[in-house]
Structures are given as C-alpha cells and as structure tokens.
Design a protein around this ligand. Structure first.
Ligand code: LCS
Length: 395
C-alpha cells in the first residue's frame, strides 16, 4: 500500500517504523552514535557538499531522528520535518533561520509563555519588530500588516485560553503577500487538526506533549515545505545545535504509535469533565473547544476533527478558590506540561504564563484565577470525583 493512501491510524505505526533493513528489527533501532565513518575521503567530502546522501555527524542528522521526522511530516501532510531537543528549540530555530533585522512579525497575544518572551524580549533585541494581536479577529491581523511583515504566528487552540483562530482566513491574507504563516499545533496533534490543509505554511509541535504522550521526554518539531525545512536544518539547527537525541526520538516514535487511540480517549474524557465543570455551581466559565458555549466553537468545528483534551476554567471565587482546588486534588497532579497519560492541573498566571506581565496577561485574556487542566487517560469518573471533592470545599 502507498504510504500516502494509508489511514492516520496506519501511518502512525508504519511511517518511520519500517523494519530495519540490516537486521529486520521491528522496532526502529536507536542509533546512539555521535559520528559516522566515511568509506573514503571523497565520499566524506561529497556528503559535506550535500552532493551525496549519507550521515556525517549526529548534529547534522541521525537515522533514528530522521525516522521520527518522516513520521510526523507524513502525519501533518508536509514535505519535510525537522526534530529538536524541545518545542522551544524548534520555535527559536525557525525564527532565527527565517528572520533578519528589520523584519516584522505578527503574533497572537495568547501563546505559551516562553514563545511570547522569545518573541517579545529576544527577537526584538536583534532588530525584529513584533506586534501582538488577537488573531481570532481577522481585521486586527489585516490592520497590523506592514510592507516588512514576514511571519504570522499563532496557536490554535491557544495556550491557555483555548481561543481558536480561523487558519484559512489568515492564510488567505498572508499568501498573496508572501508572508510565512506558522501554527503551533501542539494542543490538537495532527490527529485532530492539520493546519497545512488550510493553507498554513509551517507547523510547530512541542513533541513533549501529545506526540510523545507519556510525560517522559522533551522534543520539538517543525514540518513544512522542503526548501524552508532544509534552510532551518542547514542554518539555525546546524549552527545553534538544539538537536533531538536518538533515544528521545525513539521514545517519541514509540509514543506516536498510539496517538490516534490516545487522542480519542483524551477527548472523550475531556468532554465529560468539561460538561461536569460547566454545570458545577463553583465554576464561573469553562473554555473547552467542544462546548457550544465556546466563543469560537464554529471555527473549531470547521477546522478540527475533534476537540482534544485541554481546557481551562474560571472559578467564582477567583484565585483563592483556584488555590484551594489545586491544593485539594489528590488524583490530578499539580504540574505544568500537558498531553500526557495522567491528568495535570496548573495555574497559568503563576506558572506557565508567569513570564508575561499582569498587563500582558490581561491583554491575552488570562485572568489571575484561571485554572488549566490537561485531561488524562484515567477513568473519567475518577477524574470527575477528584475535581468534585476539591470543588466541594468552595461551596
Ligand atoms: N508550544 C506550546 C503550545 C506549548 O504549550 C509549549 C510548552 C511549547 C510550545 C514549548 O515546548 P517545550 O519546549 O516545553 O517542549 N508548554 C508547556 C506548558 O504549557 N506547560 O509546561 C510546558
């Protein structure tokens, strides 16, 4: 069967997981090596010139890492992929590779804290202009365009407000102007959302989350057009060096085999938890893409095939109520990160988004009392029972 004809559930197990041609090993071997022996000087030189295929040195490419890159790029429907030590290594390398002093970036205000500070504090030191807007309002994006705009960057759904952005509308604005659109697809994974299908140029993943899926590894990926991915590989990745280790690539490849079944269950559990929270008298507001009360519910339905396992919520008692809840849960772990087997609960204002100023958080819609939940794969009744005993203390 041609690989591009396979269903998603088949691709996760067969692309990047081809039996090893040398030994028949059904599990992808971990090529735990720093360097590769050349048969002779001419071959080594040809590989360095890029004239001949073949491995040189693990910072420049490794077979286990390449297997993961093939797998994720196929899942997203992209030409090529590139793996990094973390999501932040992927994001920073992409920007370093494609921007120069004097370029302008439009980014959503509501994004992961370190992505925000990389754009707001680091890139601006090198003469890049950055405007933060609400990308779910296409008129704001259009009004921020400048002749030197090079990139439009956003997350959908966004961390932590679960705000969704109409990818097709943004791509329509960007394409004729030659602006590169970049979407962080960490929250949905390619199982529920494939941004390239809507005209987006580049997709980012923190593979630490749903792709790895088990809370035991950090990683990041960029997927997109071959020319752009090759540019990142031969510049920012080669020279800055934030590469993924072969063992970490192997762990993520192993996790990806169950991506489809995990995402289905994350979503099923999350829907039940969201419905429970929305009805609870101590809860003010729930932000979950699968609830019809979500302000961008229609956009989510259009561009996603499911709603995922992430949500956030406000309690009527504000921050103090949130503190009581987070200190009272026994099954849910009080921890950052997301998209792993166990349910995680955290407080964005003092944790994942504490690097934003209170004014920046307010502009992004992140209240001081917001609580974020990554719904895991436990039995949903147990997750709900744990939240219920914590919420009971607020009544
Ligand atoms: N993109 C998104 C949407 C993220 O949520 C994160 C990390 C990153 C990129 C960066 O990936 P990393 O370098 O950690 O692999 N988000 C985290 C969070 O919400 N809690 O802890 C980390």
């Amino acid at each position: 069967m041609e690989k591009d004809q396979m269903h998603f559930e088949t691709k996760v197990m067969h692309i990047g997981h081809e039996p090893d041609p040398c030994t028949g090993s059904i599990a992808t071997p971990i090529y735990q090596t720093s360097t590769f022996v050349f048969p002779n000087v001419d071959e080594g030189a040809a590989r360095f010139r890029g004239e001949r295929e073949g491995y040189i040195y693990t910072r420049l490419g490794n077979p286990t890492v390449a297997a993961l890159e093939r797998c994720v790029s196929a899942l997203e429907g992209a030409e090529k992929g590139l793996a990094f030590a973390s999501g932040m290594a992927a994001i920073s390398a992409l920007f370093l590779a494609i921007l120069k002093s004097g370029d302008h970036v439009i980014a959503d205000r509501c994004i992961y804290g370190s992505t925000y500070t990389f754009l707001a504090a680091t890139l601006t030191r090198f003469g890049v202009e950055v405007d933060f807007v609400d990308c779910s309002d296409i008129d704001q994006v259009a009004a921020s365009l400048k002749p030197n705009t090079r990139v439009i960057y956003f997350e959908t759904p966004a961390n932590p407000m679960m705000k969704m952005v109409d990818m097709e509308a943004v791509a329509r604005l960007a394409k004729p102007r030659g602006i590169i659109t970049v979407v962080d697809n960490t929250f949905m994974s390619p199982y529920f959302q494939r941004p390239l299908k809507w005209g987006i140029d580049v997709v980012i993943h923190s593979a630490t989350k749903y792709l790895g899926g088990h809370g035991d590894v950090l990683g990041g990926l960029i997927v997109g057009p071959a020319e752009l991915v090759d540019l990142v590989r031969t510049t920012a990745q080669k020279d800055v060096g934030g590469i993924m280790s072969p063992f970490d690539a192997w762990l993520i490849l192993r996790g990806i085999k169950t991506l489809a079944v995990r995402m289905e269950r994350h979503e099923k559990n999350a829907m039940q938890v969201a419905e429970f929270l929305e009805k609870h008298p101590a809860v003010q507001r729930v932000y979950y893409p699968g609830l019809p009360s979500h302000p961008q519910y229609a956009i989510g339905k259009k561009q996603m095939t499911g709603f995922g396992g992430m949500m956030s919520f406000e309690l009527k008692g504000g921050f103090e109520a949130g503190r009581t809840l987070m200190n009272s849960v026994k099954l849910c772990h009080l921890a950052v990160s997301l998209g792993e087997t166990s349910t995680l609960i955290e407080h964005p204002a003092s944790m994942t988004h504490s690097v934003l100023t209170p004014e920046e958080r307010q502009a992004a819609g992140i209240s001081e009392g917001l609580v974020r939940l990554s719904v895991g794969l436990e039995h949903p009744d147990d997750i709900i029972a744990d939240l219920q005993q914590g919420l009971a203390k607020l009544l």
